[in-house]
Design a protein around this ligand. Sequence first.
Ligand code: PMP
Length: 423
Amino acid sequence: MTEETRPGEPLSGPTPTPAAGTRLDRWLGAYAARTHGMRASEIRALFAVANRPEVVSLAGGMPYLEGLPLDVIGELAQRVVQTRGTTALQYGSGQGDEGLREQILEVMRLEGIEAHPDDVVVTTGSQQALDLVTRLFVDPGDVVVAEAPSYVGALGVFRAYEADVVHVPLDAHGIVPEALETTLADLAREGRRVKFLYTIPNFHNPAGVTLSRERRPRILEIAQRHGVLVVEDNPYGLLGFEGDPLPAMRSVDDEGVIYLGSFSKTFAPGYRVGWAVAPHAVREKLVLASESAILCPSNASQLAISGYLATCDWKGQVKAFRELYRERRDAMIGALAEHLPDATWTVPDGGFYTWVRLPDGLDAKAMLPRAVTARVAYVPGTAFYADGQGADHVRLSFCFPTPDRIREGVRRLAGVVSAESEL
Ligand code: PMP
């Protein structure tokens, strides 16, 4: 054992910095067991390269903020500090600003949700809500049922709390009810404790599909019958390209569903404001858990968003985003049809992503370094499963690059795929 790895010894004097990757972790023996599953994504190093301007990144899920009236938003932020500075810059309520919670009700009404401001807990993005919900319900080894594939950030949280993720297949209409029924029945027979079903009903990340209107009550009925709570994660629900939003599952069942919302995709992720709407008793625990994690969400962010909702045409802005993303979806689907005829893909009715199955025999993860060399990036499908499936899929995002860049990116990807097929 070297000096640096001996646990518990104080460092004497400055330690030289060894070359990256050569230093053993002095605290290795001290970490909690639940950290053992935490690991940097295998593709993180490539993303540093993927962010170079010459690379067309179809990888990230970043909203296109150049569509926002940044001058107006800047003035609003300034006004918040000038007129309510001692509140905005102060600690606040652990549950979140009451005025914003009222306004969140108005946002959720667009998806048929009727709630009380007391039911809403404001969080630091819906990512924090995912963390809190998992912290409340999951003991190591408990089962969380999630779609196959599922959101990579949620899988990271489930892993951090040592959940056992059991996947249920999706098709073009969302999670398959018969498969959910069989999975829950099998788990019950095995005596496994299922803590919740985690689902992204609208414009799924990464699959791009939407749970159909007909299936929604069926999924709720199956979950109820098996005594399984539903966590409905819905950051993209208002970003549909056609027609009105479908009714949220929470609008049908207010006792069996925890609903997660976010301003990240319809406004801006930088403020880091999301929310959870939970059954009454759960809501109280969520507030306690949130207080112990962060004391309170940022007042400055909440008041800035509150001002935006009160004084800007936010519905008009959401409509503008929908049109922008629809045009980009069309560019991507058109380019896929033109350049990658041997692949198959989902055609999303909203949101940011399409899920592409590569021609037979290709491995998306193995191919990624060659794609980056060809100046295009994507996320390999394996990132979206807890069990290593997905090597034959890629997630392509159409939210950030312009239509021309999307077409160029897909053209480059097609070049890599055809070179790969000849290997
Ligand atoms: N859920 C899903 C399905 C997402 O795609 C994201 C962001 N990519 C989040 C939750 C987290 O979003 P935020 O924390 O910014 O609200």
